[in-house]
Design a protein around this ligand. Structure first.
Ligand code: GUN
Length: 286
């Protein structure tokens, strides 16, 4: 079998076209969705992610503000800035790019963001709403994965989703979203013994580890759907995922590439959350 590519870039573009229509409608009634992005310190990868997020906002006519802060800032200064943004009526979405410097208590910072402006869906209120199947701002990467599968018409109910990686921003919420769609879910992580034993049972395999070549052909069942969330560099400095792409492609039914896979979907979902927040705050339904 040779897998079909799931073209995240194309799917993200069609999602963005839909959002663009909503932004135009909002503008007609005098509402311009606004996203504030806080970048602390000068982590190069974070800077690139933030630049891409801002560019996407500009393309759609979403107002975007970048707040760059030095990594010497204090916990109080950062939470003060967030409180300001919580009260700023031109801002509907707030995103604090992670990771934060080690002296900052990240969980407290996330809890400072108003749950109604939580463009990343990281606030415990939104995580709780997601877990209980209520309307919520969903974490962008896991949400993007679900939209990709929906786009290719893949039926999730009754399937076995195996998630490799248990971060708060990808692995854990991805498993929850699959559960919400009636999949059977298995989580694997760095302490899992005999990883291939679990991953070989996956109908849907999500690799969100951050280490290249974690998933080889030996880890994959013939015909599985493989979603690669990794963002790594190979020896030549080229972007690559967590999956050994060439060999797994020969076994899977569908696979997401890196780049042009999950990454563009994450950004599209961020735009979606920002517009959703603007609509909620202004009590508009389109
Ligand atoms: N760091 C890596 N991915 C993300 C993300 O989706 N949002 C934020 N805020 N930080 C990240």
């Amino acid at each position: 079998m040779t897998a079909q590519l799931i073209n995240g870039k194309e799917i993200a573009q069609s999602v963005r076209n839909g959002i663009s229509g909503e932004v135009d409608q909002l503008r007609e009634i005098g509402i311009i969705p606004g996203l504030a992005v806080i970048l602390v310190g000068d982590n190069q990868a974070s800077r690139t992610y933030v630049k891409n997020k801002q560019k996407a906002c500009q393309e759609l006519g979403i107002h975007s503000v970048l707040i760059e802060l030095p990594d010497t800032l204090t916990q109080a200064e950062l939470s003060g800035k967030i409180q300001e943004l919580n009260e700023d009526s031109s801002i509907h979405g707030i995103l604090v790019q992670l990771p934060l410097p080690p002296h900052i208590r990240e969980k407290e910072i996330i809890e400072t963001i108003s749950p109604e402006k939580d463009a990343d869906g990281f606030h415990p209120i939104n995580i709780g709403r997601m877990m209980t199947g209520q309307d919520a701002f969903l974490p962008c990467t896991p949400h993007g994965i679900m939209v990709m599968l929906e786009h290719i018409g893949y039926e999730i109910e009754g399937k076995h989703a195996v998630i490799v990686g248990r971060s708060n921003i990808v692995g854990k919420p991805a498993g929850q979203l699959f559960l919400n769609k009636n999949a059977t879910v298995t989580y694997c992580h760095s302490k899992t013994k005999n990883l291939p034993f679990y991953t070989r049972q996956a109908d849907i395999l999500v690799a969100a580890v951050g280490i290249r070549d974690t998933i080889t052909a030996d880890h994959v069942k013939e015909g599985a759907v493989v979603i690669d969330v990794g963002m790594n560099r190979n020896d030549e400095g080229k972007l690559c995922g967590d999956v050994s792409f060439e060999e797994v492609t020969r076994k899977a039914s569908y696979i997401t590439p890196v780049p042009k896979g999950v990454g563009p979907m994450t950004i599209a979902m961020l735009l979606k959350n920002t517009v959703k927040a603007a609509k909620k705050i202004h009590k508009v339904s389109l």
